[in-house]
Every structure is written in C-alpha cells, then in structure tokens.
Design a protein around this ligand. Sequence first.
Ligand code: PGA
Length: 246
Amino acid sequence: MKIKVYPTSALQSKAAAQVIADQIRTKPDTVVCLATGDSPFGTYRELVRMVRDSHIDCSRLRVFGLDEWVGIPPDNTGSCHYYLHENFIRPLAIGNDRVYLFDGLSKDLSGECSRMTEAIRHAGGIDIMIVGIGMNGHIGFNEPGVDVNLWAHAIELDEITKTVGQKYFQSATPLSKGITQGFQQVFAARTLMMLAHGKKKASIIRQTAEAPVGIAIPSTLLRQHKNSLIMLDEEAASELAPSLRN
Ligand code: PGA
C-alpha cells in the first residue's frame, strides 16, 4: 500500500485526476470502477477539466459503478447513479453502452450482482478502481464483518453508514441495504486508488494503516492489495506516523 499526502485537498484531487488521465491515455479502453460521495468529487471535476483541456480520448472508456443504495431510484439526487451521471458520465460523454451501474430497484438483487460480476469479467477486469473510505472503514458497501470472498453482493448497511449516508439526500431517507462490488473485485482491480480528505477521516486513515488487517476494519485489507495507492490531503493524514508517508 503506497500512501501519498498532498498539502490540500485541491492538490490531492489534481494528483488523483492525473493518475486516472494517464491511465486513460496509456490504455484508451480502460475499465474504471467508480465510487461516489464527497471523496472523489474534486478528482472527477479535475479529470473532466483535464480531458477537455488536453483532448484525452474517452470514447473507449468503460465505466462500472462501485455501489448503490437498494430501493433508491436512479433519478433521486442522492443515488450513486445520479451522481455518476452528473459528475462523470455526462461531462465525459460516455455512451450508455459503455456504462454499467447497479440497479438499486432490482427485484432480483442476486441476479443483478451476478450480472455485474459477469459484465466486469467480460470487460476483462477492472483496470482502476476508485474508492473512498467510510467512517467505519467500509470500502464501497463492504461493511465491517463482510465476507471477503464475495464478488458483487447485497448487504445490510451498518448503522454508521445509514446515519452518515443521510448527507447525500435532500430529506430524511430510510436506508437499509446496499449493493456493492465485493472484496474479490477490489483485490482483482489492477490499480486500487483510495481517496480521503479532511480532518474527520484522520482517525480511520490511521487505523487503516496501523490496525490489524481484517474485516473488523475492511479498509485495512487494502494493505494486502498488490497495487493500492492511498491519496490523502494533509488533514486526513494528520494522525499517520511520519514513517508511513511517502
Ligand atoms: P464520502 O463517503 O466520500 O462521502 O466521505 C465515503 C464512503 O462512505 O465510502
């Protein structure tokens, strides 16, 4: 696990966007798997700017969603679907035939998960997966206690996730389940980029780097990933031992 720290979240976002842009330049048919939420917001904005300014060809890029709230319609502004369309898919003009997002309204969640796992396999696997980190160390909706042997799956949300998740919605929204790429997809991703900024992430980032590797804090499992890159601003890194920064 490589940790990189930037003085501000703006610089962190720029650096992360540069990594993604370089990946797309090197491999125009890159398969990306994208988180939503506050953590990657600035990175996607920077990437859109870079793509426009530098005329990076995204016409072959393939996009998979990391997760979705079960029961939340795609036109709800708090859905992952809505977020990815607003902040990535539409600005980069990614055609629908190259986008694969979870259907949170599916009546057959296990079929939806199998289709997702098969679609990723068919695409040749994920080149770069971009994730945030929950206050409880979840990655996607891989909550504490998750079975790491799972591919895409539906899961009961942790209480912390249900509470923190309210920030994405315009009014109080009952949240109970999520649907997510599993740790098998996380481990199989050729590059795993985790983004975090702000003081409130400092404690979970320290635990990610220092706590025993295991499902109690799912983000610790990223230490076992063959190519994981953690990009932080100074605030999120503020509790890290100096020896862990590079
Ligand atoms: P955030 O969410 O980026 O909005 O902080 C991260 C997460 O819950 O994975």
